[in-house]
Write a protein that binds this ligand. Structure first.
Ligand code: ADP
Ligand code: MG
Length: 262
């Protein structure tokens, strides 16, 4: 049974995709078998893994519409060392098409069950909205990882996300938990960021990951080479931080209660 995590935050540009791709590559470097699911029609996680979204013959879209299994629709990130269930603009249409269908919010969960034996971790890169696509992610997962910048408005959006997680937990997926808040693009020289970081720790306690991801231009450059930052420049401080984060995730999962079936 893999552990399944959504990387979610309804804001755009907060580092969801960077976290998804680099955590996938970091876990792979630690010997974990990883599937990265791209649930964003922008397909950035797909491209950032070195898989060309324009060339996809099958994608997460086909899986959601039950015209392909994950085994049929996945691609391989050779450099990243993990599998990718890719996305492209076609996925934007799925939102509308799904509305009329049965089990519309648990299509991904059902598909992941069939692929369970192949992976230790499944990471789901969510779009910047609390949409039916995100709901498919949340209904599939054991936990949510929330990347956030330590800025004033970061805390505002968090309340909505935490409420959504509570509602999904209460009504649709009893397994779902907030795993943790990941501080990203962090610059300790900015006083406000240090203050918000302290507020987060005071308010959320051990729900704040120990690892902090620094602002690092090498992480921003890597996608244009179709590589995770962790592979593009392993010695850059951003890459080192993501491998540290992967270790922290493996440790957390190791200490968490074992999943129901194995
Ligand atoms: P999201 O998926 O939430 O929209 P992205 O991961 O695409 O966010 O990140 C938004 C932008 O910020 C991208 O251009 C990305 O390269 C850049 N970025 C993300 N994390 C970092 C970081 N730690 N240091 C520098 N740039 C970053
Ligand atoms: Mg993204």
């Amino acid at each position: 049974m893999p552990r399944i995590f959504c990387i979610a935050n309804q804001k755009g540009g907060v580092g969801k995709t960077t976290t998804s791709v680099n955590l996938a590559a970091g876990l792979s470097r630690l010997g974990q078998r990883v599937l990265l699911v791209d649930l964003d029609p922008q397909g950035n996680a797909t491209m950032g893994s070195g898989v060309d979204k324009r060339q996809l013959e099958t994608s997460v879209y086909d899986v959601l519409l039950e015209s392909a299994s994950i085994a049929e629709a996945r691609s391989r990130s050779e450099k990243g060392g993990y599998d990718v269930l890719g996305a492209n603009r076609e996925l934007a249409g799925a939102e509308v098409e799904l509305v009329a269908l049965e089990h519309r919010h648990e299509r991904l969960r059902r598909a992941l069950k069939e692929a369970a034996a192949d992976y230790d971790f499944v990471l789901i890169d969510c779009p910047p909205s609390l949409s039916l696509l995100t709901l498919n992610g949340l209904c599939s997962a054991h936990g949510v990882i929330v990347p956030m910048q330590c800025e004033y408005f970061a805390l505002e959006g968090l309340t909505d996300l935490v409420n959504t997680i509570k509602q999904v937990h209460a009504n649709l997926n009893r397994d779902l938990q907030l795993i943790g808040l990941l501080r990203v693009m962090f610059d300790p020289r900015i006083t406000l960021q240090t203050q918000v970081s302290e507020q987060l720790k005071a308010h959320f306690g051990d729900k704040v990951f120990n690892t902090v991801i620094p602002r690092n231009v090498r992480l921003a450059e890597a996608p244009s080479y179709g590589l995770p930052g962790v592979v593009f420049d392993p010695s850059a401080k951003g890459a080192v931080a993501f491998v540290e984060f992967a270790k922290e995730m493996v440790e957390r999962v190791g200490t968490a209660p074992a999943p129901a079936a194995s």
